[in-house]
Design a protein around this ligand. Structure first.
Ligand code: ADP
Ligand code: MG
Length: 225
């Protein structure tokens, strides 16, 4: 589903964020991307959702090279993936329901269909009962569950989560990872960056380790170190 071929990313200040990265991620996989702060995890994910482009090399998703995707095709690409952020990025003045419904309201589908999809996504993350709450009335773990519901509401084949538990305590982190695991079991490809070694060791998924922008380790059913 995803291929990185000789991908190098150099930012304007000559920082190499990624160096000659080669990767294949198959449809349906669950992958942890690990490594120290500054190792290139977020950059790798930004190349996937086209927030950044490689300096050289190709990034292919479902056969499409997104490294040189015309900008008018980017919204289409993003509709095929859900993105979850460390800081949730919720709209503070909108309810849980409206946060999840926000993007699909622009797709021209009926309000009945919107309601069915939003309710379904909220049930998957266990937050249907709080659909009328505002983000400020929720715990951090609950806010991240809204972030996940928003990411999956459109039924994407791919879910990308960049340090989704970075602001959470161990108990909430475990709940979030379990939800991501359940989503993967529904057949969605899940890519999670983290430096939570306890979580990585618990779940025993494929682990790709970055160090100074290079893939230094890539193992199945792995641990953090
Ligand atoms: N927009 C940017 N401009 C310049 N350098 C950047 C930018 N974003 C990230 N970097 C640098 O690229 C490297 C990798 O960063 P990043 O991908 O954010 O790593 P991680 O997510 O693993 O912490 C770091 O050295 C970082 O300082
Ligand atoms: Mg990062």
């Amino acid at each position: 589903m995803i291929q990185f071929r000789a991908v190098t990313k150099k930012y304007k200040n000559d920082n190499y964020a990624l160096r000659n990265v080669n990767l294949d991620i198959m449809s349906g996989e669950f992958v942890f991307i690990v490594g120290a702060s500054g190792a290139g995890k977020s950059t790798l994910m930004k190349l996937l959702y086209n927030e950044e482009r490689p300096s050289s090399g190709t990034v292919t998703i479902g056969g499409i090279n997104v490294a040189n995707l015309p900008s008018d095709k980017v919204p289409n690409l993003r509709r095929c993936m859900g993105i979850v952020f460390q800081d949730y990025k919720l709209l503070q003045n909108k309810s849980v329901y409206d946060n999840v419904a926000y993007v699909i309201r622009t797709l021209g589908i009926s309000s009945k269909e919107i309601n069915a999809r939003v309710s379904g996504a909220l049930k998957i993350v266990g937050l249907f009962d709080k659909k009328n709450a505002l983000p400020s009335e929720l715990s951090g773990g609950e806010q991240q569950r809204v972030g996940i519901a928003r990411a999956i509401v459109n039924g994407p084949p791919l879910l990308i989560a960049d340090e989704p538990t970075g602001n959470l305590d161990p108990k909430n982190s475990m709940e979030i990872m379990q939800i991501l695991d359940q989503i993967n079991q529904r057949g969605i490809t899940v890519i999670v960056s983290t430096h939570d070694n306890a979580m990585v060791d618990y779940f025993r998924k494929r682990v790709i380790t970055l160090d100074k922008g290079e893939v230094v380790r890539d193992i199945q059913a792995g641990t953090y170190e």
